[in-house]
Design a protein around this ligand. Structure first.
Ligand SMILES: NC(=O)C1=CN([C@@H]2O[C@H](COP(=O)(O)OP(=O)(O)OC[C@H]3O[C@@H](n4cnc5c(N)ncnc54)[C@H](OP(=O)(O)O)[C@@H]3O)[C@@H](O)[C@H]2O)C=CC1
Ligand SMILES: O=C1O[C@H](COP(=O)(O)O)[C@@H](O)[C@H](O)[C@H]1O
Length: 238
């Protein structure tokens, strides 16, 4: 029901990606705003690869226009990540040091001290690389490594991040390690292994841990490894 005042509708899809399209279809047919705007926020992962990402965009555009769709990565809203640009570009001490001349390696670490704990349904079909590395950590890497943008407008920052991504060497298999957590005991409590979670398919080989060395082929970062590590059910939350 909508009253006489302008009412805007915002849908935030914090749901598994396989139901994005059904939800958007229902929302746009039955719950679009009549008097104001209707917008949809879509969480990562936006598809499994470029083909499924393009298919998802095509699907969403059956019901929405591009300016109604907001693809977000909630890690970009974290204080530490937001402060990264300020630290780099507004600080005369750091900017001259931000290169291969002074930095031996860069480590991007995501570590959770709990496992899937009954939420393995979505996670198992994506794994830690698509859940954390390809989006959250890659976004932070791009922000960390980019050149100074023309302005701090979203479009200008995005252009610089794209240049970093395009300068990256393709990942080699020998630069990647994957793993899956087993049952462990901490403080007298035993926690189940990944495949003992009832929401995870039996015998799943989905990685819950991954580490990779990435390289950026440009004058600033040539030869500096960007070490990414991400894992669930590790010792610390970091
Ligand atoms: N887990 C997290 O902390 C974060 C997750 N995300 C993103 O959020 C999305 C969902 O992840 P997560 O929360 O772990 O997933 P969950 O599996 O916990 O599902 C989230 C919600 O989706 C509902 N849901 C699941 N399947 C269906 C279905 N077939 N029909 C209708 N509703 C359904 C669930 O409802 P019900 O409970 O009723 O089953 C639940 O409320 C992913 O895109 C993920 O990347 C982003 C940031 C953080
Ligand atoms: O996007 C995700 O992030 C959460 C961790 O988010 P945080 O804000 O609590 O650090 C992670 O548990 C989940 O697997 C992933 O989908």
């Amino acid at each position: 029901m909508q009253g006489p005042r302008v009412s805007n509708h915002l849908f935030y899809l914090s749901i598994p990606p396989n139901i994005f399209l059904d939800v958007v279809k229902c929302a746009s047919k039955s719950a679009s705003s009549v008097s104001g705007w209707t917008r949809v926020i879509v969480e990562k992962p936006f598809g499994r690869d470029s083909e499924s990402s393009a298919a998802l965009t095509k699907g969403l555009k059956q019901y929405l226009t591009e300016d109604q769709i907001f693809r977000i990565d909630h890690y970009l809203g974290k204080e530490l990540v937001e402060n990264l640009s300020v630290l780099r570009f507004s600080n005369l001490v750091f900017e001259p040091l931000w290169s291969r001349q002074y930095i031996r390696n860069v480590q991007l670490i995501f570590s959770e001290d709990f496992g899937t704990e009954g939420r393995g349904g979505y996670f198992d079909s994506y794994g830690i690389i698509r859940d954390i590395m390809q989006n959250h950590l890659l976004q932070i890497l791009a922000l960390f490594a980019m050149e100074t943008p023309i302005s701090l407008e979203a479009e200008d920052i995005r252009n610089e991040k794209v240049k970093v991504l395009r300068s990256m060497k393709p990942l080699r298999l020998e630069d990647v390690v994957i793993g899956q957590y087993k049952s462990h005991t901490k403080g007298g409590i035993t926690y189940p292994g990944y495949t003992e979670d009832k929401t995870v398919p039996k015998g799943s080989l989905t990685p819950t841990f991954a580490a990779a060395a990435l390289f950026i082929n440009n004058a600033r970062w040539d030869g500096v490894p960007f070490l990414m590590k991400a894992g669930k059910a590790l010792h610390t939350k970091q």
